[in-house]
Design a protein around this ligand. Structure first.
Ligand code: NAD
Ligand code: DAU
Length: 369
């Protein structure tokens, strides 16, 4: 019989994908609890969860996943039967500048969480439970143009401190299933984009820089390929994995949208130019944007030094998720980019608040500038 998740602990729920998942899960109905457990690092933002306090099913706990005792207390206090583990240091460039935090959170933090879960669910008579680990396609390394897409048995070959730390966490999750019988599932997914994404990542960074008339940094030749996944499709895939995934299994999740970075950047330029051309109010709101000054956003594209160890291509074979979970992406890259632009235009106060915070410091120390 398949597992029925009831009370969820969502680690990293104040981050980009976690917050989208919490909203997605609550919107599906049901009376189980959703408890966000988040350390509120630079990437964790209470504004991502705004409005949820009114929902009696929702609670927020400020905590670090490395704090095993605090995690155990949370599992006990909220009768948690399902952990959905998003909490991580997630940005490749930051991992190149400072890997230590990635090892601490992604490897040691995941291990602390696994220990807490094992102690809570498996000591004495085992209780029904599920530990879902959200991971990345980056653990598989880089593909050549003609290589087949990553599948679940592709050997791991991580190239950045970030992907190495995620690979380490995946192995620990697997080991806790094989050795102790913890009921785990893992999803390895491709590049997400959509609402609430911190503007250090390519799509929100480019979008916001176009609006502000700032350079659009393209690493190297810009011909690196990613398989772009609209965040809502990812959230659906995770929900399916929780409900239909088999314990001990790994599922790859992709967006069926392999696209070169430069194409993404040029498409955003064209779409935003078009929006501003059609709306005097937008031109007034963003006077520095090229379209408001009679120019074109393409002029902002600036090729900068490449990311060290930069993976050339990612692509995902998600046939196992399609077969076993009934997963298929539903949002095309064209539609997803339009929706993302809509959201950032409608929530300028959300991203403007971030620009004043850690973002300015980050941009100032970015190793490429
Ligand atoms: P994010 O950086 O936006 O959010 C990370 C969240 O984790 C933040 O809320 C942060 O406060 C929290 N956090 C960090 N360290 C913590 C700690 N020690 N204890 C508790 N909370 C902590 O990340 P994201 O982009 O939403 O990614 C979420 C997960 O999905 C990560 O595990 C990432 O590796 C994985 N993933 C992301 C993508 C993507 O494209 N963004 C793709 C594949 C997989
Ligand atoms: O593939 C999944 C991964 O996608 C996740 O595991 C990571 O958490 C997530 O950050 C993302 O990693 P990437 O490194 O692919 O995402 P990022 O948005 O940083 O970069 C996307 C591509 O764009 C990559 O080839 C680097 C390039 N890039 C990025 C930035 C920020 C630029 O050319 N210029 C930029 O300014």
């Amino acid at each position: 019989m398949s597992f029925v998740p009831r009370n969820l602990l969502v680690t990293g729920g104040a981050g980009f994908i976690g917050a989208n998942f919490v909203r997605h899960w609550l919107a599906r109905g049901g009376d189980g609890r959703v408890v966000v457990y988040d350390a509120l690092t630079y990437a964790g933002n209470p504004a991502n969860l705004a409005g949820l306090d009114a929902d009696p099913r929702y609670a927020f706990l400020h905590g670090d996943i490395c704090d095993e005792a605090a995690v155990r207390a949370a599992l006990e206090a909220h009768a948690i039967d399902t952990i959905v583990h998003f909490a991580a240091e997630s940005h490749v460039d930051r991992s190149i500048l400072g890997p230590d935090e990635f090892i601490r959170t992604n490897v040691l933090g995941t291990h602390a969480l696994l220990k807490a879960a094992k102690a809570h669910w498996l000591a004495g008579a085992a209780r029904p439970h599920r530990f879902h680990h959200v991971s990345t396609d980056e653990v598989y390394g880089s593909l050549a143009p003609q290589d087949p897409p990553f599948h679940e048995a592709t050997p791991y070959a991580p190239n950045s401190p970030y992907s190495a730390s995620k690979a380490g966490s995946d192995h620990l999750v697997r080991a806790y299933h094989e050795t102790y019988g913890l009921a785990t599932t893992i999803t390895n997914c491709s590049n997400n984009y959509g609402p609430y994404q911190f503007p250090e990542k390519l799509i929100p960074l480019v979008l916001i820089n176009i609006l502000q008339g700032q350079p659009l940094p393209v690493y190297g030749d810009g011909l690196q390929i990613r398989d772009w996944l609209y965040v809502e499709d990812h959230c659906r895939a995770i929900a399916l994995a929780l409900e239909r995934g088999r314990a001990g299994e790994v599922y790859n999740v992709g967006g069926n949208a392999e696209t070169a970075n430069l194409t993404i950047v040029r498409t955003l330029c064209a779409l935003i130019d078009r929006r501003l051309a059609a709306a005097p109010a937008l031109r007034a709101a963003y006077p520095q944007s090229p379209a408001a000054r009679g120019g074109r956003a393409l002029e902002l594209i600036t090729h900068v030094r490449d990311r060290p160890g930069h993976d050339r291509r990612y692509a995902i074979d998600f046939r196992k998720a399609a077969r076993e979970l009934g997963y298929a992406p539903s949002v095309s890259i064209e539609h997803g980019l339009e929706r993302t632009i809509d959201w950032y235009l409608a929530h300028a106060e959300w991203w403007r608040a971030l620009l004043g915070r850690d973002y300015a410091a980050w941009v100032a120390t970015n190793y490429r500038r």
